[in-house]
Design a protein around this ligand. Structure first.
Ligand code: 13P
Ligand code: SF4
Length: 343
């Protein structure tokens, strides 16, 4: 392992400023150790337009993140994902062709329905959102972007994460009777057209396989065992879990919450386990950081130090992530609308 680490260090030195390694907070420590920058989805996306002199971007994360980087990169830059099969269960729940069919249906009358895609979606879905005058959001800016989208149409289709959509609707005070969970079965033939016409917020029925596992019972148990602890969860958790917690926020917001907590405090964190374990280690013994439950994203865990080394060894001949122009142009528009609205 030490040899792998040293070889990676050597390759990073050899490539110098022409190489940028980005890692999402859910990557394992051995991978994070080699990253030029670690961040949440928004912070990492923001790095791409700033990386003008970089030739090769290695994205340690999952496929949709590397695709977003490829959309925002210049045509000369190449983006690599160390493990090609590192996908996202939530992103797979919204296939682009079905999203397009549903949007065409929802926009067939007089109403204008604006799509807002969580960044955890494919480039093709972002492209569809771009074409339908929509945009993208992350868990760090979902309130700003949902307000942005509501200002531009009669209703918003929020996809694919219904939990993030509902939690954001709660923050913005969108009444229950103005929300509709979209029935996407049978290519939209089962959509309640009348209900869709009344709704302000239409939610795609997708979720994160990891955050969906956190339950109110976990919170009840932890409150019993640690009555003085603060509990923070990710907004991909179900609304009942978010409501029972003391706070909710993106991975970076969770890190800041732990950082600001007073010495001696106990904080219980409901998010992917790699990040929680890192925080536990970083703050021991001054603060006690405990997982709400041990839930791992198997796709995030596919990137290892070995895979990173293989990628760095094959930068010349390796296969990079490419997004065809017909998708890239509208997807870039959707992403750019987000970056402009949240600068
Ligand atoms: P953020 O880091 O943007 O909070 O995203 C969480 C996540 O689930 C990424 O897959
Ligand atoms: Fe997808 Fe959830 Fe894994 Fe993030 S943590 S990559 S949303 S399955």
């Amino acid at each position: 392992m030490q040899r792998i680490s040293q070889t990676i260090d050597g390759l990073r030195q050899k490539h110098g400023d022409s190489l940028l390694i980005l890692a999402h907070h859910y990557q394992e420590d051995s991978v994070v150790a080699h990253a030029d920058m670690t961040g949440d989805s928004l912070e990492l996306a923001r790095q791409i337009p700033l990386a003008e002199n970089v030739q090769n971007i290695v994205f340690c994360g999952v496929h949709f993140m590397a695709e977003s980087a490829a959309i925002l990169a210049t045509p000369e830059q190449r983006v690599f994902l160390p493990e090609a099969s590192a996908g996202c269960v939530m992103s797979n729940m919204a296939p682009a062709s079905l999203v397009e069919t549903m949007l065409t249906r929802l926009n067939s009358g007089k109403r204008r329905v604006i799509p807002l895609a969580y960044v955890n979606s494919s480039a093709a879905v972002k492209g569809v959102c771009g074409k339908f005058r929509g945009s993208v959001c992350t868990s760090a800016n979902s309130s700003t972007m949902l307000s942005w989208a509501l200002d531009r149409g009669d209703a918003v289709l929020f996809l694919p994460d219904q939990n993030l959509g509902l939690n954001t609707a709660n923050i913005l005070g969108i009444p229950q009777n103005e929300r509709l969970r979209l029935n996407v079965r049978q290519k939209g033939a089962l959509v309640d057209v009348q209900a869709a016409e009344q709704a302000k917020l239409i939610l795609w029925p997708g979720c994160c396989a990891v955050h969906h596992l956190f339950k109110c019972a976990h919170i009840n148990q932890m409150r019993k065992e640690h009555p003085d602890a603060q509990i923070i969860v990710h907004p991909e958790c179900t609304p009942d879990v978010v409501e029972k917690a003391d706070a909710a926020g993106s991975t970076s917001a969770i890190i800041k919450f732990v950082e600001k907590a007073p010495m001696g405090s106990t904080i219980i964190v409901g998010t992917e386990i790699s990040l929680v374990d890192r925080l536990t280690e970083r703050y021991a013994p001054d603060k006690k950081i405990l997982p709400l439950a041990r839930c791992q994203c198997s796709n995030m865990a596919k990137t290892t130090e070995e895979k990173l080394l293989q990628t760095l060894n094959a930068l010349q001949a390796g296969r990079d992530i490419s997004v065809k122009d017909t998708v890239r142009t509208p997807a870039r528009l959707a992403l750019q609308r987000m970056l402009d609205a949240c600068n």
